[in-house]
Design a protein around this ligand. Structure first.
Ligand code: GLC
Length: 556
């Protein structure tokens, strides 16, 4: 095989399958649109605003959880997988949303949270009184504690949100008893995926939503379900992103080989339904080759490419992540995906304005070094335009089409992410990227809902980001996204192949779909490619050159 040729021309994954080319828009239901004015977004609010998404030009939406939940982790603590929390509406509202989306030609993906339930789930509520050794406890990971009194946790694992990953329960006789594992909040007990009953239950949950017409599932913490059988100690700090140092042993709680059999079984089920339903892995797994194992032909269809999200804003780092990602997914015949923001990380319009690079940045607050808003937005626009020109499928997070920054001065008393408390106020957490969207500059709650209410306060500066201030405004971030999505479709950019033209330290340029795409990461302006300028993340300079932190799409 000629490695130079593969370096120069990289395919964009398999032909066919709507998901291989799709732009998928993440809706965070709490913060998208509030129909009843209680300050919490809801399903009827989403349905009423679906026109925004068809106007923007995306192919599908992914909805973060809307199921009944005590909301200990904003709904990622599910108490009932087959219903809708009254906060967000009713099951009939979910049906109406799916039907309206379909009528508009939008696909709908729902979130599935299989690593843990809520402690309010009927299974966990039954496990407590049932006592040690019961079939009810065998659905979770209960263990006796260490030490003569059993008052030490069964191992040294830490929760992703901070603090120990074990909590001790009180037994039916009133005495302190066993411990249960929760890799996240205490309200999120981990399920025991060695138990066939757990596997059966989730197959049934999948059927429930497939029968209601959803087009697929985003699978939460897909790399966590199966734990190393001996639950061995792990002295390293808890990082959800694991395995990036291949010389180190694999953490016993992440990316165990046993998870793949679960996804093979799910794949057989979704394939038995008509209409190309898909599975998408949220797996914080590196390197790319290890992540690619989740998207082998008989497993999931896609996996989020967090290596892309985490890559530094330099030409070498971006070149490396693009080439590595395309090669790794190509090796298993899967489409590559791209993502810059979601509900768990600092929005890229702020992240790229920080001088501290990389990392799964866990929030910014009052007193922290603040991002440079102008630099952040400029780079975010350039990064988005670069992403949307790459072969494969792209994920957008609600608000990024408005250039929305993180709320980086959210008052600490308003914070709701359990990370803030569980980390002993050392990690701000993820509230700053979850603030309700601004739709109308001059309306109460910027048009998020009919009242002033908003479950997290919106910053006063957000009027300028409101959709109605950007619609039909040439050069606005919103119009840039719309143009990019239209051109991406017209020129088949998602299909590739991509051929590199320039991979220097300051400029990246490639050909795809008859376009030349160039990003200038350097300090000095560079000549624009010759041809018709179709799209640009910021104006060219007076000499027609591409300034720093700008991406252009040119038709030769
Ligand atoms: C995933 C979700 C995150 C949640 C966690 C536990 O990482 O994206 O929001 O807190 O899983 O369910």
């Amino acid at each position: 095989m000629n490695t130079d040729a593969t370096q120069q021309e990289q395919p964009g994954g398999p032909a066919g399958g709507w998901w291989t080319e799709a732009v998928i828009y993440q809706i965070y239901p709490r913060s998208f649109a509030d129909s009843d004015g209680d300050g919490m977004g809801d399903l009827p609010g989403i349905t009423a605003r679906l026109g925004h998404l068809t106007e923007l030009g995306v192919d599908a939406v992914w909805l973060s959880p809307f199921y009944p939940s005590p909301q200990a982790d904003a709904g990622y603590d599910v108490a009932d997988y087959r219903d809708v929390d009254p906060l967000f509406g009713r099951l009939s509202d979910a049906d109406a949303l799916i039907a309206e989306a379909r009528a508009r030609g939008l696909r709908v993906i729902v979130d599935l949270v299989p690593n843990h339930t809520s402690s309010a789930h009927r299974w966990f509520r039954a496990a407590l009184p049932a006592g040690p050794g019961s079939p009810e406890r065998a659905r979770y990971v209960f263990r006796d504690g260490l030490g003569p009194a059993g008052d030490q946790p069964p191992n040294d694992w830490q929760s992703v949100f901070g603090g120990p990953a074990w909590t001790r329960v009180t037994e039916p006789d009133g005495r302190p008893g066993q411990w249960y594992l929760h890799l996240f909040d205490t309200g999120q007990p981990d399920l025991n995926w060695d138990n066939p009953e757990v596997r059966e239950e989730f197959l049934d949950v999948l059927r429930f939503w497939l029968d209601r017409g959803v087009d697929g599932f985003r699978v939460d913490v897909a790399h966590g379900l199966v734990k190393q059988a001996d639950l061995t100690n792990w002295q390293e700090p808890q990082e959800i992103l694991s395995g990036n140092d291949v010389a180190k042993p694999r953490p016993p709680m992440w990316d165990q080989d046993g998870v793949h059999e679960v996804y093979r079984e799910w794949r057989r089920l979704v394939d038995s339904y008509p209409g190309e339903r898909i599975l998408v892995a949220e797996a914080w797994v590196e390197p790319a080759e290890r992540l690619a194992r989740y998207v082998r032909p008989d497993e999931m269809h896609q996996a989020f490419n967090f290596e892309h999200l985490l890559a530094a804003w330099t030409a070498p780092a971006q070149y490396a992540v693009v080439t590595r990602s395309l090669e790794a997914t190509d090796a298993v015949g899967a489409p590559t995906t791209w993502v810059l923001s979601n509900h768990d990380v600092v929005r890229h319009a702020s992240r790229l304005g920080l001088t501290t690079a990389g990392g799964r940045l866990n929030g910014i607050g009052i007193g922290d070094p603040q991002p440079d808003a102008a630099v952040g937005l400029r780079r975010a626009r350039a990064a988005s335009l670069l992403m949307l020109a790459l072969p494969g499928s792209a994920y957008l997070y609600q608000g990024e089409e408005l250039g929305l920054p993180e709320h980086t001065t959210l008052p600490d008393e308003a914070r709701q992410d359990p990370t803030w408390e569980r980390s002993g106020h050392t990690q701000r957490g993820r509230d700053g990227c979850r603030v309700p969207l601004p739709w109308e500059a001059d309306a109460p709650s910027y048009g998020f809902g009919p009242t002033d209410a908003s479950w997290l306060p919106q910053p006063p500066s957000w009027a300028e980001y409101a959709l109605d201030r950007q619609r039909d405004v040439p050069g606005s971030t919103y119009e840039m996204y719309r143009a990019a999505l239209r051109l991406r479709r017209e020129h088949g950019l998602a299909r590739g192949p991509l051929a590199w033209l320039s991979t220097g330290d300051e400029v990246l340029a490639f050909r795809n779909g008859g376009l030349t795409v160039l990003t200038n990461f350097g300090a000095a302006a560079v000549p624009a490619p010759t041809g018709e300028l179709l799209c640009s993340s910021a104006p060219l300079d007076e000499d027609g050159r591409v300034p720093t932190d700008v991406t252009v799409w040119v038709r030769a």
